[in-house]
Design a binder for this molecule. Structure first.
Ligand SMILES: [Zn+2]
Length: 331
């Protein structure tokens, strides 16, 4: 818990390492006394004193709190008005980070919801609905890299199995899904494309060759990861019409340089770097392989998102390729 209520003034107080200790801090959900834990290793937060009632505000994970603090900090740096853990619907719902942004006709409020663990689609829809009822313009879902760990380690066009709630949001809005890398303090936009597997040949009862129909994969998508800034904007959704703009809120995509990928190689004291447009591009691939064969350690970095890979010799015996080769492994 990052916000407590001061028993005498009734004001909401945010935990920080500068906040003085006091017996007057109360849990906004159950009213029990809470104490501030000034964060040295973990993030500053409030904890219930022992022997309190069972309370929904207890037992929150450290990564979830860290993510909320990081988002609040970055949003405030962009000049947004931010409230952490804002309750509504009679206290049954608490918005992780409530942000006021500029809408077309004046300021609007966005409920930013951080998801560090799995959530049922029904629960996600309930929260969206409750936020709308409470006057929020939109609910913006942000998944941590815990929830989408492989999105951080995938090259452009990689095929990933996505959790159901991410697929739901993708289907509902046809907009990239936001992923927060708390450690590197970056936010990324993950967009997806459907994968169609070609039908396999087989022989029918008359011995004629036939093909089974092509099929669409349901849970596995091709993903592309792009960098975003911590600025929010109102964007039109999938069902936008002349009458209904179907607005939601999204992170703004970052400007990406022409050569966003960096190949660096190292052997003994020799160290070289080259910036390239696309790591799956043939010349870039050949360059990396040549360096590997000369005994260099080769690394690839996506500069806008700080995702990194190391080039390693392919050892997997199950691989379809007969000849030995190299592949990128996430660092
Ligand atoms: Zn409580």
């Amino acid at each position: 818990m990052l916000v407590a209520v001061h028993a005498r003034s009734g004001e909401r107080v945010e935990a920080s390492k500068h906040l003085p200790a006091s017996p007057d801090y109360r849990c906004p959900v159950c009213g029990w006394t809470v104490i501030v834990k000034p964060g040295r290793v973990v993030v500053s937060h409030f904890a219930h004193r022992p022997a309190g009632p069972r309370c929904g505000a207890q037992g929150e994970s450290i990564p979830h709190m860290r993510a909320k603090v990081l988002l609040a900090q970055r949003f405030r740096e962009h000049g947004y008005d931010v409230a952490l853990e804002e309750p509504h619907s009679g206290g049954r719902r608490r918005v992780d980070v409530a942000v006021t942004i500029r809408g077309r006709n004046g300021p609007v409020r966005v409920a930013v919801e951080v998801q560090d663990s799995a959530i049922a689609v029904g629960e996600l829809q309930r929260r969206n609905h409750a936020d709308k009822q409470a006057g929020f313009f939109a609910t913006l879902w942000v998944f941590t890299t815990n929830r989408l760990s492989r999105a951080r380690g995938s090259l452009p066009g990689a095929e990933l199995r996505l959790p159901e709630e991410v697929r739901y949001l993708d289907r509902r809005w046809r907009l990239p899904v936001a992923v927060l890398d708390v450690q590197r303090e970056r936010v990324m936009l993950v967009s997806t494309a459907p994968i169609i597997r070609e039908g396999q040949p087989y022989y029918n009862e008359y011995g004629d060759e036939e093909y089974s129909p092509d099929r669409w994969l349901v849970a596995t998508r091709q993903v592309h990861v792009a960098a975003a800034t911590f600025e929010l904007e109102a964007v039109r959704g999938r069902y936008a019409t002349a009458r209904n703009p179907d607005y939601t809120a999204a992170f703004k995509a970052a400007a990406v340089p022409d050569r966003p990928w960096r190949i660096s190689s190292r052997r003994d004291t020799a160290h070289t770097t080259a910036d390239i447009a696309d790591p799956t591009d043939e010349p870039a691939w050949q360059l990396a392989q040549q360096l590997m064969e000369q005994g260099h350690t080769v690394e690839l970095e996506h500069l806008p998102t700080a995702r990194r890979w190391r080039h390693v010799a392919r050892t997997n015996a199950d691989d379809d390729f007969d000849e030995p080769g190299y592949q990128w492994k996430p660092v």
